[in-house]
Design a binder for this molecule. Structure first.
Ligand code: MG
Length: 351
């Protein structure tokens, strides 16, 4: 049952647990998300609308369960290259992916402002659904709340993800001699969001890189019999600079990066120069830092480049013991400097 013509917006009753909420779930949410319910192998899934979900463990399951959660407050909710729905799916799937975990189940909770257009909600759920379809992972449970107008800005999403890792990969396993790889261009998401913000009034060709990266990373884990992948991380908030500093600190190693080797699109470089914001400090939503034993670097690069999302992958640096806990940048003008941990992401509400 779809709402009458007059009803084009969410009302507080749509989050109140009664008939109207049931209708909203039946016509807008469930049909968009139930494509993969059979992936849940007969367990109690989303469309059961029970108090909880059950998850049937895959028969071949071995290793560790990996659990992650993320809240998404991005502004604007629709941006070049994606929207809050795709971001919520990719953000959670990618955190599992860089732990070496195959996603097996997701949750989706929405906090929506009264007056939010149904049409926008449909677009967001469609976008979430198409992102999780790329990875073939079901949403097994969810929640909808509606807040009075003004109490929340449009829509916020929370997503929890459960995965299985044969061997969980931490972000702290770096060893001197390891090679540092990036799976693609840096700075796209943060700079696209900045360009899209009205206050800058800039029109550029920038697009967010938001994408679930499990399909690109999975072949690495299949071929990782020698356990040559030592560490991984997705450079989201705070960008590449924050992620590398965190990895160096946690492992008490030094990471040396060659600036000219970092893949970057020209419009990202151009806009960052114009705004005075480092592209190394803004979020990426479809990239990973992969640290591997030196003898595995070339094969890892080859595997990454085989997937379209990894077409621009590159070896960008090396792990040393020169300055434990620090990141060094070999700059394009021939100098060397520390790449410091940023105070925060220069772009608020980036994800
Ligand atoms: Mg992460």
């Amino acid at each position: 049952m779809s709402p009458s013509k007059k009803e084009t917006q969410i009302t507080q009753l749509h989050g109140a647990g009664g008939e109207l909420m049931g209708e909203l779930l039946e016509w807008l949410i469930l049909p968009r998300l139930d494509f993969a319910q059979d992936k849940n192998l007969g367990a109690i899934g989303l469309s059961a609308l029970d108090d909880g979900a059950t998850i049937a463990l895959p028969e071949e399951a071995e290793g560790k369960l990996v659990l992650t959660t993320d809240s998404h407050v991005v502004q604007p909710i629709f941006f070049p290259g994606g929207d809050i729905g795709r971001l919520a799916a990719a953000g959670t799937i990618n955190d599992l992916s860089v732990m070496g975990a195959r996603p097996i189940a997701l949750t989706l909770a929405a906090i929506i402002e009264e007056g939010f257009p149904f049409a926008d909600l449909e677009r967001i759920i469609d976008s979430f659904a198409s992102a999780i379809e790329e990875v073939d992972v079901p949403v097994v449970c969810g929640d909808t709340k509606v807040m009075p107008a003004g109490d929340v800005d449009g829509i916020l999403l929370n997503t929890t993800g459960l995965g299985i890792a044969k061997r969980a990969i931490s972000d702290a396993g770096l060893r001197p001699g390891d090679r540092v790889l990036l799976t693609g261009t840096i700075g796209d998401h943060g700079m696209a969001l900045l360009a899209a913000r009205e206050e800058f009034n800039l029109s550029t060709t920038l697009e967010s890189d938001v994408a679930p990266i499990w399909p690109m990373l999975a072949p690495l884990f299949e071929s990782d019999e020698g356990e040559s992948i030592h560490a991984m991380k997705d450079p989201t908030r705070g960008g590449l600079a924050a992620a590398l500093n965190e990895m160096a600190r946690k492992s008490t190693t030094c990471i040396e990066i060659v600036e000219s080797a970092i893949p970057m699109r020209d419009p990202v470089r151009g806009l960052s120069e114009l705004l005075g914001i480092s592209p190394l400090e803004v979020a990426n939503e479809g990239k990973a830092i992969v640290v591997v034993a030196p003898e595995a670097a070339d094969e890892t690069l080859r595997l990454l480049r085989e997937h379209p999302l990894g077409a621009d992958a590159a070896i960008v640096g090396i792990v040393t013991d020169e300055y434990p806990g620090r990141v060094i940048l070999d700059t394009e003008v021939g100098g060397r400097r520390f790449l410091d941990m940023p105070l925060g992401d220069p772009v608020p509400r980036i994800c």
